[in-house]
Design a protein around this ligand. Sequence first.
Ligand code: SF4
Ligand code: SF4
Length: 280
Amino acid sequence: MLKLASLCFPDDKKSCFYCCPPIRDPEADTLDNIEERRTTLRANRKNLLENITRAQEISGESCWGLGFLDDDEKQAGCLLHPLRHDGNDLRHLTGYQFKCANALCREALIFAELSPKEQEFCLNLCRDMDSFTYSSRSNPLMKLLAWETGIVQFVIADSCRNEAPFIDQYSFLWQKLDFRLDGYLVYEIFKKAGIDFLRNRLQHFIILRKQLTAELKDLKNDPAFKNLSDTALVPTHKLDIPLSLSRLLKFGANLWELPAASRELILSRTEQTLEKFLHS
Ligand code: SF4
Ligand code: SF4
């Protein structure tokens, strides 16, 4: 069962409001122009009734329905949510009710797959944050949750076994690596050799990723691949391979469609290169 409430509303001292409005600039962050944002959230709370009376469609810049949810200005969120209006959903007044009601970030989905103990660990990382810092995608928890569930669980288990500060130990994941490209390789290395193995070979890992990406790009010149090229092409994410590997193929090797039967070839090529790295 999804337990999303706790990532969006972890406690009564803060909340996440990163996904408002859902049509915002994807690069915009809650720590940008923080004082201006604070003033707007305060004004939106104060002027809510008036704003409802002369409701206007929102732009990607901001939403007049986003405001502080309490007088102490601790939590920020949707002032038009049905929970605040006896079940009446007023989000349609902004013109984007459907998008608002269905906004769900990748981090919340990954968080929902964790056990209650793992979720507690995650939220403890943010104990002293306010809503702006918590919501920000520079928050180390949100950086961690951008990775696959298995990787997040490895990190949590590893962190529970050692005393070292979390950031010192695991920030290499977002400072040196890229969750869109590296999810598959990182998970395989964690499983086969452990986190320390990768942490101590980051430069070498970057070379591995480059080499594998080049090999995958070059697959079309492999005689075995040429034999498959008569079979129907499918979108890469529909191949019967882990999604994280399909991301490396798409974003790393720029392969957006492949023959359905290329699965074995891709997996064996990836495995061979990975094994060389693990025994280096
Ligand atoms: S960005 Fe994610 S965690 Fe934050 S409020 Fe939206 S769904 Fe919840
Ligand atoms: S209507 Fe509510 S959920 Fe939608 S963007 Fe505005 S504040 Fe966010």
